[in-house]
Design a protein around this ligand. Structure first.
Ligand code: CP
Ligand code: NVA
Length: 310
């Protein structure tokens, strides 16, 4: 129930979904991938607002195309257009958009703004990335991992790099699905402490484990999926020079891959900075980055249907 007494579902963080719901989404995404254009246009005449404060390729386009395939349509609202929090308060944006559209996907700087949007809107709000988490990315990624290894209990995902929004969401999704996950970051760039502790406990309950290593080689050891993300996320540009120094030794390259399983696959949410967090190995035969990008659309269609039709 939100502020307006309306019962509606949002997707703010992956952690608010349970194990069962995540597996349901994985299954639904698989079906949608096989049959992208169902005859029953479930979201016919529905409108999605893409309220973005930061740039995007994958998130914006996969939601726009996905919405269209489901029979609805999407409208992109650029930062200049709405200027949320500056031109008018987040609360007013939430209440006004709720009178026009049927669902909102928001990409924001401050996670707090997603919470405020979800709190005041009367239509579902989906987090399309905040400084705290990126649930659509992690859900699509676990679907991509499952396509490759069928049984997630046999997968070992190693995340090396910045303990950022993507890492936080991967931790939750891995823990709920019983996917073993190891993380290595430079000191001071660890994932959110609460998220990490929660993931450790959930993983235990699912007969799995989530572990942190200072040494990236230890995290990569025996992994069959090696994941990284940019060292400088959107909004952190002023820290770029310092981060480039602090992250030395945390690049995904041939040397690090040598500690992983022989056929380990390389993952990256993109955009990638070749020569920084990843070498040109990201363009090699073991890279599944474009599967990840494609699967964003299938998974997000499953999310839209879950929030809007169930
Ligand atoms: N991975 C991802 O969210 O990409 P965009 O920033 O291009 O949307
Ligand atoms: N961590 C990155 C992810 C981009 C999809 C960022 O927030 O910029």
């Amino acid at each position: 129930m939100n502020k307006c007494g309306i019962a509606k579902k949002d997707l703010v963080c992956a952690g608010e979904l349970g194990r069962e719901e995540i597996f349901e989404l994985i299954e639904a995404a698989g079906k949608l991938k096989k049959k992208p254009l169902s005859k029953r246009r479930a979201l016919k005449n529905k409108t999605l607002a893409l309220l973005f404060q930061k740039p995007s390729n994958r998130t914006r386009i996969s939601f726009e195309v996905g919405m269209k395939q489901l029979g609805g349509h999407a409208m992109y609202l650029s930062p200049q257009e709405i200027d949320m929090g500056v031109r008018e308060p987040v609360k007013d944006v939430a209440c006004v958009l709720s009178r026009y559209v049927d669902v909102i996907v928001a990409r924001v700087y401050k996670h707090e703004d997603i919470l405020t949007l979800a709190h005041y809107s009367t239509v579902p709000v989906i987090n399309g990335l905040s400084d705290f988490c990126h649930p659509c990315q992690a859900l699509a990624d676990i679907f991509t991992i499952k396509e490759r290894c069928k049984n997630l209990k046999r997968a070992h995902l190693a995340y090396v790099g910045d303990g950022n929004n993507v890492c936080n969401s991967l931790l939750m999704v891995a823990a709920f699905t019983g996917t073993k996950m190891t993380v290595s970051t430079p000191k001071g760039y660890e994932p959110n402490k609460e998220v990490f502790e929660k993931a450790v406990n959930i993983a235990k309950r699912n007969a799995s484990s989530v572990e942190y290593f200072v040494d990236p080689a230890m995290a990569a050891k025996g992994a069959n999926f090696i994941y990284t993300d940019v060292w400088t996320s959107m909004g952190q540009e002023s820290e770029r020079e310092k981060r480039l120094k602090d992250f030395q030794g945390f690049q995904i390259n041939e040397t690090l891959m040598g500690f992983a399983e022989k056929d380990a696959l390389i993952m990256h949410c993109l955009p990638a900075h070749r020569g920084e967090e990843v070498s040109d190995i990201v363009d090699g035969k073991n890279s599944i980055i474009y599967d990840q990008a494609e699967n964003r659309m299938h998974m997000q269609k499953a999310i839209l249907l879950k929030l809007m039709c169930e």
